[in-house]
Design a protein around this ligand. Structure first.
Ligand code: F6R
Length: 615
């Protein structure tokens, strides 16, 4: 977590850094800070709160003029969010400053040692330890900044993306990464450094993504030099052309990124299958699958690893793979998988799902699976992310940047990719008949239009939100393919509106949760016509008998549930297996409107961050 931005060049650094931090705020937003260097030295401004708070503090207190600087937006790990713990941190001598995304796990023994050597600390952070360690190494061995950073990093355990500055080297920034992302934008006589490319896309479309265990000396008027942190081998920089554009990372007239991203779903689902799904010709082709088709066909089992919403997409995939491909599937939380001793048999395939491609637990689970001999396939959204690089092969979702912290379009595009994989395997294995396959292909290509129809529930979602917004608790129920949708609906509600919500398989209700139902309990039931409709109707009757408030997601034209429910949200008819792509949409809208009505910060819910790069 945490977002970092650095700049060195001919422009004013401060505005670039503040705008960049605003774009990276999805990564953390409990405190922020900036440092700008000019002939007066390092000017540092830090505050608890958001980047907007930082900007008003800086602008009222300081004149941050200068062509070199760095900034940080924080998601606290070590030390509470306050001004002192905010980055940048300055070394004891006042010569060095640092911004850091990640965790230095062995900071305590290092700190004790530095205290013995006379260093003092003002913050509770691991980062202040790191900058003083760099200073100590630099002083003791009389090293240049780059070398001192390298020696110090070889003493730390943990994860980092860092930018370090030395006032005595005012044309240089030293950057390094291990386990946290770091991109370097290359302009004309200027360099941009950031956790992702969004802070600099209007200035350059050329970027280098540092690999783990690499560092770079970024010097004005000099070509970039990248080397390994462990030894001194130099690495040829690989310059990528960015595919991002400004519009993709702006709200484009929507009140929140989350709403914009909900509304983008018809187009991004289409982007995700474009060129891969040719329904009329009965073709599905995805390079990552074609290249490894035999492995998939021979696999005795698929294990899916992911966290949060991506884990929910994995659950939907479990149902789809087992039904379409007749292959056993297990879905695991990456955080659990990595700390037990999972059994991986010869030929097992692991599929890792991650929007950001940076989730620490998923990354660690992938490494473990690879150690145990599994072939690991990634389903990621962020191109060039750590997970996309760590996996043996993969398929990208094409959701575009997801900036709202609550995942929406990532979920539906993940399901789209996973469905295409299942259909391709079913085609190759013959586990679906030609006509069944054709039907699904056709129906998948109809999904974007049907998602557009689902978005028409927006006004109804607002009405229901007004009725639900003061409830302290809420239950979400679904069966079969729509059980994971119930989990996802509950997660969306709790994370952005802070209403306690639980998702259950509808039939499990009577094994406990039914005790919670009374006239004050809203129960959201996902009850599309296909699937286990009659069973779900019985569950709805049971809720009604206990005076629960029923909000039902139903297929257009449904009359039976409409008679029982207090409110309905209608979605178009589709195949049962594809229904999560539709039923999830009104639930996203419902959570969104409830959160807005409760005056919650929809795009930046408390305590959360978009990219969870710590365990
Ligand atoms: C919920 C949400 C999180 C993420 C989870 C995994 O709305 O966004 O639960 O799904 O942190 O993140 P990725 O998919 O980036 O690995």
């Amino acid at each position: 977590m945490c977002g970092i931005v650095g700049y060195i060049g001919h422009r004013e650094a401060y505005p670039i850094i503040i705008k960049g931090l605003q774009r990276l705020e999805y990564r953390g937003y409990d405190s922020a800070g900036v440092m700008v260097y000019n002939e007066d030295g390092m000017l540092v401004c830090k505050t608890k709160g958001k980047v907007a708070d930082l900007a008003s503090k800086c602008e009222s207190e300081l004149n941050l003029v200068g062509n070199l600087g760095m900034g940080h937006t924080r998601w606290a790990t070590h030390g509470v969010p306050n001004d002192v713990n905010s980055h940048p941190h300055v070394s004891n001598s006042g010569n060095l400053s640092i911004i850091h995304n990640g965790i230095i796990e062995n900071y305590e023994p290092l700190k004790i040692e530095l205290i013995k050597r006379g260093y003092t600390f003002t913050s509770d952070t691991d980062t202040e330890v790191l900058i003083n360690l760099i200073e100590d190494v630099q002083k003791t061995d009389n090293l240049k900044l780059g070398k001192a950073v390298q020696v110090a990093l070889n003493q730390v355990v943990g994860a980092y993306a860092i930018v370090v500055f030395d006032v005595r080297k005012p044309n240089e920034l030293v950057v390094a990464r291990l386990g946290s992302p770091l991109a370097i934008g290359i302009g004309e006589n200027e360099y941009f450094i950031a956790s992702d490319a969004t802070p600099f896309i209007e200035y350059t479309s050329n970027a280098i993504y540092l690999e783990d265990e690499e560092m770079a000396i970024v010097r004005l008027h000099k070509p970039l030099k990248i080397r390994k942190i462990k030894d001194d081998t130099y690495v040829d920089p690989y310059i990528q052309e960015l595919q991002l554009n400004l519009e993709q990372i702006e709200k484009s007239g929507y009140d929140h990124f989350m709403l914009k991203e909900i509304y983008e779903q018809p187009s991004v689902i289409k982007d995700t299958y474009r060129g891969r799904l040719l329904a009329d010709q009965g073709i599905i082709r995805m390079a990552g699958i074609e290249d490894n088709l035999e492995k998939f066909l021979q696999a005795p089992r698929i294990i899916i690893i992911a966290c949060g919403t991506s884990w929910h997409a994995g659950l939907v995939a479990e149902y789809i793979f087992e039904e379409f491909v007749r292959i056993p599937v297990e879905v695991e939380y990456a955080s659990e998988f990595r700390y037990r001793n999972p059994v991986i048999n010869k030929g097992d395939i692991v599929i890792a799902i991650s929007q950001s491609g940076e989730t620490a637990d998923t990354l660690a689970a992938i490494k473990l699976a690879k150690q145990k001999g599994a072939f690991v396939f990634g389903v990621c959204n962020v191109v060039g992310s750590s997970i996309s690089r760590e996996t043996d092969a993969g398929a990208y979702t094409h959701a575009g940047p997801e900036i709202g912290v609550a995942s929406t379009k990532a979920f539906t595009t993940q399901i789209t990719v996973l469905t295409m994989i299942a259909l391709r395997l079913a085609q190759a294995k013959g586990t679906l008949s030609k006509s069944e396959l054709q039907l699904y292909l056709q129906e998948l290509s109809n999904i974007p239009t049907k998602v557009e129809e689902c978005l028409e529930t927006n006004e109804q979602a607002k009405i229901i939100a007004a009725a639900m917004k003061d409830a302290p608790n809420c239950l979400y129920l679904g069966r079969g393919y729509n059980f994971p949708v119930a989990l996802e609906g509950a997660l969306k509600l709790k994370e952005i509106s802070y209403i306690h919500a639980e998702g259950y398989p509808a039939a499990e209700m009577k094994h406990g949760p039914i005790a919670l139902i009374d006239e004050h309990m809203p129960v959201v039931v996902i009850a599309p016509k296909q699937g286990h409709y009659d069973k779900v109707v019985s569950n709805i009757q049971e809720i009604k008998a206990r005076k629960g408030q029923i909000i039902a997601v139903v297929t257009k034209g449904d009359t039976q549930v409409r008679e029982l429910a207090d409110y309905v949200l209608e979605v178009p008819d589709t195949a049962d297996a594809l229904s999560p792509l539709l039923t999830t949409i009104p639930l996203q809208l419902l959570s969104y409107h409830i959160a807005v009505m409760r005056e919650c910060n929809v795009d930046q819910p408390r305590n959360l961050a978009k990219s969870v790069t710590v365990e």
